[in-house]
Design a protein around this ligand. Structure first.
Ligand code: NOJ
Length: 964
């Protein structure tokens, strides 16, 4: 979101927004590849290589005599030569191979590494290539479990490394340098196979003496100072890009590299029908009124890509925090559609070349491999999975209290209400407006009565004004980002007007930032206050491309250029730690932080949302592909502003948006300051009731959401999952991105995202039986292919796949906290073999006692041939969970619905339940199916204890059951 920093232009923009809410992105504010020197150079390089065809040979070669291989690590030198075979740069190479099959290839530049270069403009910037991105993105610098017994076999012209958990090998070709990852003998990832590798070595700018004529050499037009939109980047280190082509042979589909408003399956980027003309760009920026179906950059960046073919998934993680562009081309000569080779070209402005190759071979393995590197999604506080009510702005504590009351009056559950920037005293963070928010604690206490929370915004720009002690402390202590001379705090414009920016790359700055959140230093904050970090790309209204100049200096004199995409993450990490620490050791509660800007690893501490979307059907449709790609890239706690940020949604649009939002992992409604009020109770009937049902549906399914989050927190598995995860053998499903599975629940969801639709086409990728989850008669859908499903306004199309179980809660409450002791309903969807299973994870949802083992983790199974359903403990420690099971012994399943039972079961009017030595009988009511409708039975009040082992036998009474 960007507005010019004068009162007049703010007023003008406001008028514009009110009158034309769907104006388009200002393309002129953001670079195309052609306007970004290093992107243009490297694309031209690729074009030249392609044009030269077989006469081209990449000028990079491994110096064979320098190879050393020990304990899973190969080191060597790579030489870069210019056309006359004259060596110009020595590039230290390190290849590490790990037990899980992951390989890491790192290439530096010796001369810069040694600091043997001269910077222009008397710059104080560091001379080395930036090599600290891993300290932020990776769980630890030595994160790889090196395969110490890996073997190196010498070959003619190269070496082969044999390592990993199965048949993984890495071929390193010496001249030209090329790396191939092989799985079971098949190449799955190739580096520099096309010869686009380019490490722009250091060179001195040669100023022409007076009268001297320039020699005909390389085109230097983009090497030095570069100007865009009136800002000049002094580029004191000259050109220093790194680029590499990465090919996925036979893998014709690629996902990932968020954040873009594009499809799940990434498009080709070299023009042609339906393709983009520009590469996908990763350069975190506040893109005002972003457009959908575009490779333009957005607020966050995760340089992780997944490639797919039938029964195979592989990935690459390009660890670089500088501006990055990625071209994608599918070589269909080698296969069509999903079977093509995907050829990608990664281009970063600076830093070392550092790339991880992840072998899969399945999506599950891949998510584990990537999560082992960058960490798992923090298991969220349970309240944060409920519904969040936000707008810019709730204008006073009375306003907040009124919204809170109205939500109750209209029986609409919600968990969190949000405060945007206007709650502060004149945009000074850590203060409250003295007139409108006189009693923030009283306001939070009212929320607490229904176990609700408050989230308030804290941005990284600190108002530059005399008398604001946070500003003077930060500047006096030298904790702000510096300008290019490295002496003074950088000054720019944001919401408060003139501002300086906290530099969370500095350990001192982080330490200080954390002190600001203590209850003493942030008066009016309570345990129930959580934080929203916005504008942390960082957004600078008068900066180049609405962000900071690249030659600004951060802690340790790293240029902003090197660390730009990490900037947002440094802030939300520090905020998260601050919230944990404010309660004191031993009293930590799970903290909720929302960020707009993110990088690989952000999932460890925060949720994200897709920024300033538009109240428009196209933006509703764009949200799911974006959220799916967030999950692919290991950051599944994601959502989009429900209702659309800019503009005023019509009634149908907002209703459909709530139905979608109820399936965003992060479910929040938000609106621009100029948008009309649109709290759900303000919307007329029948829309209001439909919205209420959508929110209630979310609350009823919270046990499944929480279980999915638990799995994400230990295995990195996405929360909402692309169809390819369920049907890896069905290529036809790989590009579908408007329907998805929710965790392991078997729920297949396709919210309506088109205007006027009354039905949808649901795709099934196998021949399993699927039941219409919201149909009182559970209509059956079966057969691979497309199926029409009715979707009148009040309905979200949802199927449940045979073989799964859904644990849910049917009592309506006002917040998640008030549901804690409620009983459950278990929906059992039998598959074609008459079998179903499911898991559930439950803990207190707020503390870290789960880490000690205080949780319930259970698997339920039903096999009709055995006539028996069971609950089995799958707790994995550290303690045995018995104490927590005892504490939660009153949690009950009060209803079991079994879909698809055989005819003979319709006669079974009772079930017997056994828990330890105790048995009892429960009644069953049966419904016979008809055409397209299954038989189903409902077991009434079987009193199944959730935290204990039990079994349940159909058609038996307690007398016949015996002991468990
Ligand atoms: C930009 C954010 O994207 C938006 O959600 C927020 O309302 C405004 N900043 C004001 O803080």
């Amino acid at each position: 979101m960007r507005l010019a920093p004068t009162v007049l232009s703010i007023a003008l923009s406001t008028v514009l927004l009110l009158t034309s809410p769907t104006t388009a992105v200002k393309h002129d504010n953001f670079k195309t590849c052609d306007q970004s020197g290093f992107c243009k150079r490297n694309r031209a390089y690729a074009d030249a290589v392609n044009a030269a065809e077989s006469s081209w040979s990449s000028p990079y070669a491994v110096d064979e005599s320098s190879i050393n291989f020990q304990d899973g690590v190969l080191t060597a030198n790579v030489w870069k030569a210019l056309p006359g075979d004259e060596y110009v740069a020595r590039l230290p190479l390190k290849i590490s191979v790990a037990t899980d099959g992951v390989a890491r290839v790192q290439i530096d530049e010796e001369r810069r590494q040694k600091g043997d270069v001269t910077l222009r403009h008397d710059s104080k910037a560091r001379k080395e290539r930036y090599n600290e991105a891993g300290e932020w993105a990776l769980v630890a610098n030595d994160v790889m479990k090196l395969h110490k017994d890996a073997k190196m076999v010498k070959l003619k012209g190269g070496v082969r490394l044999e390592y990993g958990f199965s048949d993984t090998q890495l071929l390193v070709q010496h001249k030209p340098f090329k790396v191939t990852l092989l799985r079971a003998g098949d190449p799955v990832v190739v580096l520099n196979g096309k010869g686009f590798m380019n490490v722009e070595h250091w060179r001195e700018k040669k100023e022409l003496a007076e009268g001297e004529e320039k020699k005909e050499e390389e085109d230097e037009s983009t090497w030095w100072d570069e100007t865009f939109g009136g800002n000049t980047d002094s580029k004191p280190r000259g050109p220093e890009a790194v680029a590499m082509d990465i090919t996925f042979p036979g893998h014709g589909i690629v996902y990932g590299i968020p954040e873009h408003a594009s499809s799940l399956s990434l498009k080709e980027t070299r023009g042609g029908e339906g393709n983009y003309k520009d590469p996908y760009r990763l350069y975190n920026a506040d893109v005002f009124e972003y457009e959908v179906d575009s490779p333009m950059t957005l607020y966050g960046a995760i340089p992780f890509m997944q490639a797919l073919k039938k029964h195979s998934t592989v990935g690459v993680f390009w660890l670089n925090a500088a501006e990055t562009w990625i071209d994608i081309v599918k070589n269909r000569k080698t296969g069509d559609g999903a079977k093509a080779d995907t050829e990608t070209h990664w281009i970063s402005e600076s830093g070392v070349l550092d790339v991880f190759l992840l072998p899969g071979p399945s999506a599950n393995f891949l998510h584990q491999q990537y999560g082992a590197l960058t960490g798992w999604t923090a298991l969220p506080a349970e309240f944060s999975l409920g519904y969040h009510q936000c707008r810019w702005n709730y204008i006073s504590s009375d306003d907040v209290k009124e919204v809170d009351r109205m939500m109750d009056k209209f029986d609409i559950p919600y968990d969190v209400i949000w405060l945007d920037i206007e709650y502060t005293d004149d945009k000074k963070y850590f203060t409250w407006d003295p007139l409108t928010f006189k009693d923030p604690v009283g306001m939070q206490n009212q929320l607490d009565a229904r176990k609700r929370k408050l989230v308030a915004i804290i941005d990284p720009h600190i108002k530059n004004v005399a008398g604001y002690n946070i500003s003077s402390q930060m500047n006096d202590k030298g904790l702000a980002v510096k300008d290019k001379h490295g002496e003074k705090s950088y000054e720019g414009w944001c919401w408060p007007g003139s501002s300086n920016w906290i530099d969370c790359f500095s350990p001192e700055a982080r330490k200080w930032w954390k002190t600001l959140f203590t209850f003493k230093n942030f008066p009016g904050s309570t345990e129930n206050l959580h934080i929203w970090n916005d504008m942390n790309e960082p957004s600078v209204f008068n900066g180049p491309e609405t962000t900071m100049p690249k030659d600004n200096l951060h802690h340790d004199n790293w240029e902003h250029r090197d660390v730009h995409n990490l900037n947002g993450m440094t802030l939300h990490n520090a905020t998260y730690e601050a919230l944990l620490e404010r309660s004191g050791p031993g009293n930590e509660r799970r903290a909720f932080v929302l960020t707009r800007s993110f990088f690989a690893g952000s999932q460890r501490t925060t949720a994200m949302w897709t920024g300033d979307n538009l109240a428009d059907w196209s933006h509703l449709a764009a949200a799911f592909p974006m959220i799916l790609n967030q999950g692919i890239a290991g950051m599944p706690f994601a959502g989009a502003d429900v209702g659309g940020f800019f503009g005023n949604p019509g009634k149908e649009l907002i209703t459909r948006w709530y139905q979608s939002g109820a399936f965003y992992p992060f479910f929040r409604a938000h609106a621009h300051i100029d948008a009309k009020r649109r709290e759900p109770y303000l919307i007329d009937e029948p829309y209001r009731s439909i919205i209420r049902s959508a929110i209630r549906l979310r609350y009823s399914l919270l046990p499944m959401w929480y279980t999915a989050f638990h799995r994400a927190s230990v295995e990195g598995t996405p929360i909402i999952r692309p169809l390819s995860m369920q049907w890896p053998g069905d290529e036809d499903s790989f590009e579908i991105d408007d329907q998805f599975f929710l965790g392991d629940s078997g729920l297949l969801v396709k919210p309506v995202v088109t205007e006027g639709a009354t039905d949808v086409k649901m795709y099934l990728g196998d021949d399993e039986v699927y039941y219409d989850y919201l149909d009182p008669e559970y209509a059956v859908f079966r057969g691979k292919g497309w199926h029409k499903m009715e979707a009148p306004l009040e309905k979200t199309p949802i199927l449940v796949r045979g073989g799964h179980m859904v644990l849910r809660r049917d009592r309506h409450r006002r917040s998640t906290g008030l549901m804690k002791h409620d009983p459950y309903t278990l929906v059992v969807a039998l598959n074609t073999e008459g079998v179903a299973g499911g898991v559930v994870y439950i803990d207190d949802g707020e503390t870290f006692d789960n880490k000690k083992g205080d949780y319930i983790y259970r698997a339920f199974t039903l096999k009709t041939v055995e006539g028996e359903m069971k609950s089995v403990n799958i707790h994995t420690g550290p303690n045995d969970g018995a104490a927590y099971a005892e504490k939660t012994k009153d949690l009950r399943i009060e209803k079991v619905i079994v879909l698809g039972v055989p005819d003979a079961w319709l006669e079974k009017k009772v079930v017997s339940v056994a828990v330890g030595a105790e048995t009892w009988t429960a009644e069953v009511s049966a419904t016979k199916g008809g055409k397209g409708k299954p038989n189903f039975v409902v077991i009434r009040d079987p009193k199944l204890p959730v935290s204990k082992d039990w079994n349940l036998r159909f058609g038996e009474t307690s007398e016949s059951h015996g002991e468990l």
